[in-house]
Design a protein around this ligand. Sequence first.
Ligand code: PSU
Ligand code: MN
Length: 330
Amino acid sequence: MSRLNATTLSWTPSAEVADALRTGRAVVALESTVLTHGLPRSPRTMSEKFLRAYPSWNASVPANLAAARAAELAVRARDAIPATIAVIDGVVCVGLTDDQLVRLAAQSDPLKISLRDLGPAIAFARTGGTTVASTSLIACAAGIQLFATGGIGGVHRGWSTTLDISADLNAIATNRVVVVCAGAKILLDLPATLEALEALGIPALGYRTRALPRFTVEADPELLLPEVVHSPAEIAAVVAAHWTAQPTRGALVMQPCPESFALSAQPIEVALAAALEEAKACGVRGAATTPFLLARLAACESGNQVLEANLALLFANATLAAQVATALAR
Ligand code: PSU
Ligand code: MN
């Protein structure tokens, strides 16, 4: 029963990821809640603009599956190995086969596995997508330094009465991993999210931006980030120094959504106000809140733009994370 005394998580790498970690190659972790909960489980018609920017996009498979594959490709294109993380039949998987991606993408009523859900998911042999929080923990246990995602969870609007603060924030603080994201969705209380990042001692580096990105064209000058970085090499230098100061704790890199796919704030705010009302009326609370609001935004008038923005920023983050991973591996 020595496992009961183990101090690290048990995880299973794919053959490719095991080899990459053994040989010191650059590896980038990718989360799977974006696949199970964040994106449509059916094929979508994309705009001409999108197909021009991403000519390898596979329009004949479900959009979530196409996205997961494309994010992995973006990592490979920068000479790093992708490690998509998920829990499959209770096994903490680091690096998925394409069959496993297909299965997760098609799963009806999938589980969203955040930190609190990890133990039960392992014990009861469950299958689901891991959030930024649990993916950070698993990546750190596996010795993976870079992790790319879309938007992180944060402090929700109305937090002072609901206390709804994503486990993502504390997990980033307490795991030695660099999370590359596009900031946080406009649906959160963004000023409070910035304060929480400061309180947790997380370096929040703006990649070529002064303001916290929120997937929109318009930056909010009030949401000032503490530091700006300009290149993958500069990020690697700051991260290395961060780890001399806080060797067991994480950092955040935030880059704006690629300009040609960024959203306009106003229609999103309108759709969001309606979605928040509806969530309240339907009694949506807790872990269901983020997926509910994301689904409502995806279904709104500019839903296809929301989807394309989500994909463009995910791919851009995968690319940047791979560049930083390669710089750190040098
Ligand atoms: N933000 C997005 N898309 C997402 C999520 C957040 O723009 O898919 C997902 C991420 O997996 C994140 C999780 O870790 O939602 C946060 O959920 P919660 O707020 O319940 O912690
Ligand atoms: Mn929550």
